[in-house]
Every structure is written in C-alpha cells, then in structure tokens.
Design a protein around this ligand. Structure first.
Ligand SMILES: NC(=O)c1ccc[n+]([C@@H]2O[C@H](COP(=O)([O-])OP(=O)(O)OC[C@H]3O[C@@H](n4cnc5c(N)ncnc54)[C@H](OP(=O)(O)O)[C@@H]3O)[C@@H](O)[C@H]2O)c1
Length: 408
C-alpha cells in the first residue's frame, strides 16, 4: 500500500462505530476516513463534527475518496449508494445482507461492468470468515453441502429455552434486553435474516444466484414444549439451521428449526454464537465458528475488507458461470418431524414417504419425507410445528406418479 487511501463512510451505528474505533486504534498510516454521511444531524456523537454530512454526494462526488464503506440500515438507500459508487469507479465495502441477498446477481454484473469490486464479508455471520473461505479456500473443491447457525438472536433464544427451560417469550425478552434481538424481532425469529445469509453463501459456495424469497424459511416462533421434550428424548437439541446442498447441477436450500444430535459439533454452538460445517469432496467435514454479529466483531471484518481492497483483492467468484448451468431448485424432499396440538391436521398422504407417527403428551407427531411445496402450504398455521431431522439432506423431488398400468 503506497498511497494513503481516503474512505467515505455511510452510517455510524453499531457496525460503523466499531469500524471507526478499530481504524482509529490501528493508527494506520495508509487509511483515513475523510467524510461520514449519517441520517440524523442532531444526534449526539463523540466524534468531531466537521467530518459529518447528511449529503451522500459529499462522499460520492469527492474525487479524493477512494473507497466507500456502506454501513447503513436501509437496504434500498444502500443499493443506491452502491450503484452510484460503482458508476464512479469507487470500490465498496458493505455489510448489508438484505440489500446484497436481494440484488446479488445484479451486483455481480455491476462489478464486471464497472470493473470495480464490492466486498461484504460482514454480511454473513459477522466475524466468521465465510465468504473469503468459500471464494479462496474452497475455490477448487467440489463442495457438497454446508449447514450452519447463521443467526445469533435465535440461537440465544433456543439455548435459553432448551438448556435453561425458559419460555419463548422470556428468552426473547432477555435477548432484546442484551441487544442480541431487535425490538421487532420478526426478521430473526421467522428466519428472514438467516435466509439472506444463506442466499449470499449459496452464490459463493455453488456459483448460483437465488433470491431469498425463493428459499423456504421456517422460524422458531412456533416451537412448543412438546418439540423440546421430543428433541431431548431423541438425544438432540434444536437449532435454527440454514443449509444448502448441491446434487448434480441443482442446488437446494432451506432455513428451519432442526433436530441436531448432541454429538454434532453444531450442538455445542450456544447463545449468540454462530457456526457452520461444510462438507467438501476433498476436505470432508470442516467447521467455522465465532461471533456472528456485534459492533467490534463486524467492524473488524469491515476493516479487513477495506485493507483487502487496498491491496487489490476482489472476489473471483470462481464457481459462477455465464451460462447459469448450476441453478437453484425451490422444491425438494426433506425429512421432517411435524407436531400439532390438533388431531387430523397432518395426514399420512401429505408425505411422500411416511416413516412413523404417534399421539402422546397432548400432541400428534408425524415423521417422514415431505416436499418443500407442501410445507409452504402450512407456513402460516399456528397449530403446526416443523422440525427437520438433522441427519439427512435433500432428495430431488419427483412427485408421486399416478399408478401406471397397461391394458395390453
Ligand atoms: N449490528 C450488527 O451486529 C450487524 C452485523 C452484520 C451486519 N450488519 C449490517 O450492517 C448494517 C448496519 O447495521 P447497524 O447495526 O450498524 O445499524 P444501526 O446501528 O441501526 O445504524 C444505522 C446507521 O445508518 C445510518 N443511516 C440510516 N439511514 C441512512 C441514510 N439514508 N443515509 C445515511 N445514513 C443513514 C444511521 O444514521 P443516524 O446515526 O443518523 O441515525 C446510523 O448511523 C446493516 O445493513 C446490518 O444489517 C449489522
């Protein structure tokens, strides 16, 4: 790094503040924040005021600013900032998972069009280097699958419910008090946040783009005491798992509460921590774990992305092909356990392969292989809860054929 690089920072919230502090402490002779654009000019700040602006062009049109660091909480505005930065050939670092997940294919092409990179390690599981590993370490490995705990708030809530027998409401309240969950926790508990991270990871793991809305996301908000008791009886815990698998040229993915056997390494990822296991053709099973969010953990990966840009790094997207030969497939068969407090809601015929069911402890249980499409029909039902069985992956869905017969 020869020349001192000047940075324009959008947003000084939790992540922006962490990034600012870490850069300040590093006393880097090579990186300097020239301008910070925020939304609310009257907010009390600890940093000297002349650096602030509420006008985006103060960064975008400043020819001295080399890199844009986008850390705001508004996905639509963030996308506009990203586009305008690339048009001006300014590389971008962002942690905005919603914006990235919903627009990743377009962002991939914009980087090519303007020959200007975007790095976004902070968008997937905070401090854990997932995207960089998928891009570099696994670039030449035929990755088969990965699964992980991609959301710290829900992992914290599940840990408290299962290990400390807290109620869902009590655990959620505690997560909110500690700042792990938002005051509106819908994004976390209904699995949206994990879906954003899964969509981004799928692009880097398998080279295909998928909109998060095409991934089935089942949250943790319908889990019952029966489910937790059932999990314990099976020698399992429950985690909100985001998982994906490649079969031939098809990629499958889902976010759902999952029965995880206690001997699975993901069972020991507790509280707000995140973790991921990957199965590669050459590597077998490998694991990454760490803090999935927070001011300093995420601020650090943002700083690391800035330093990487400064030394000329960009994502090579080694698995992405121009002909979209690998594609995401919405439907698949998955192995589930479904419980309901009402009888007659789930029928054996709902399953492609029914493997068992019983009534007990005040609930009805059914197990077997079912299509994602079928599960989608039940997504808004409050009296049903779905758990994936943790020891299985996806099967390609070939709908039951009508009984074939010949008159000849
Ligand atoms: N928090 C985490 O642990 C974490 C982890 C990974 C990724 N992320 C992602 O990082 C991003 C930032 O998250 P955060 O938790 O730091 O958010 P936050 O604490 O809510 O802060 C948001 C910041 O964005 C600024 N802002 C909002 N709209 C703006 C606009 N139109 N123009 C300029 N500034 C604007 C706000 O300005 P004011 O200060 O004036 O209000 C504030 O400084 C989000 O995309 C989030 O998903 C967060």
């Amino acid at each position: 790094m020869s020349k001192k690089l000047k940075l324009g920072l959008f947003g000084l919230g939790s992540v922006g503040q962490g990034f600012y502090e870490l850069l300040d402490q590093s006393k880097s002779p090579n990186l300097e924040i020239k301008k910070i654009v925020i939304k609310n000019p009257t907010k009390t700040r600890t940093i000297e005021s002349s650096i602030f602006s509420t006008t985006p062009t103060d960064i975008l049109d400043d020819l001295e600013i080399d890199i844009v660091v986008e850390l705001i909480d508004d996905a639509a505005v963030a996308l506009e900032i990203l586009k305008q930065s690339l048009q001006r050939r300014k590389p971008v670092v962002t942690a905005n998972k919603k914006m990235l997940a919903e627009n990743l294919e377009e962002i991939f092409w914009l980087q090519k069009k303007y020959n200007t990179p975007v790095l976004y390690e902070g968008a997937v599981c905070g401090s854990i280097p997932i995207i960089r590993n998928l891009e570099m370490h696994y670039a030449y490995d035929a990755l088969e699958s990965f699964e992980g705990i991609f959301n710290g708030s829900t992992n914290y809530i599940l840990t408290k419910m299962i290990d400390e027998k807290m109620s869902y409401e009590g655990a959620l309240g505690q997560a909110q008090k500690l700042g792990f969950a938002e005051s509106d926790p819908t994004l976390d508990v209904k699995g949206y946040d994990a879906r954003y991270k899964l969509a981004i990871s799928i692009a880097h793991a398998f080279g295909c783009f998928v909109k998060p809305s095409n991934i089935l996301g089942i949250g943790i908000d319908k889990l019952s005491a029966y489910d937790i008791r059932f999990a314990k009886q099976q020698g399992c815990t429950i985690k909100l798992i985001a998982k994906a698998q490649k079969i031939g040229n098809k990629v499958f993915g889902i976010v759902a509460p999952t029965l995880i056997p206690l001997e699975n390494p993901l069972a020991n990822i507790k509280n707000e921590f995140n973790g991921l296991t990957l199965i590669g053709a050459s590597t077998g099973l490998q694991m990454l774990t760490g803090k999935g969010a927070g001011s300093l953990p995420t601020g650090l990966v943002v700083l690391s992305d800035v330093a990487s840009l400064a030394s000329g790094f960009k994502y090579p997207y080694p698995k992405t092909t121009d002909d979209n030969s690998v594609a995401f497939e919405k439907d698949a068969l998955i192995n589930v356990y479904i419980s309901s407090i009402t009888s007659g809601v789930i029928r054996i015929t709902d399953f492609e392969e029914f493997t068992g069911g019983y009534q007990g402890q005040g609930a009805h249980f059914m197990k077997g292989w079912i299509s994602i499409k079928k599960l989608l029909e039940w997504i808004d039902r409050k009296d049903l809860s779905v758990l994936l069985t943790g020891d299985s992956y996806f099967r390609v869905y070939e709908p039951k054929k009508a009984h074939e017969f010949s008159l000849a």
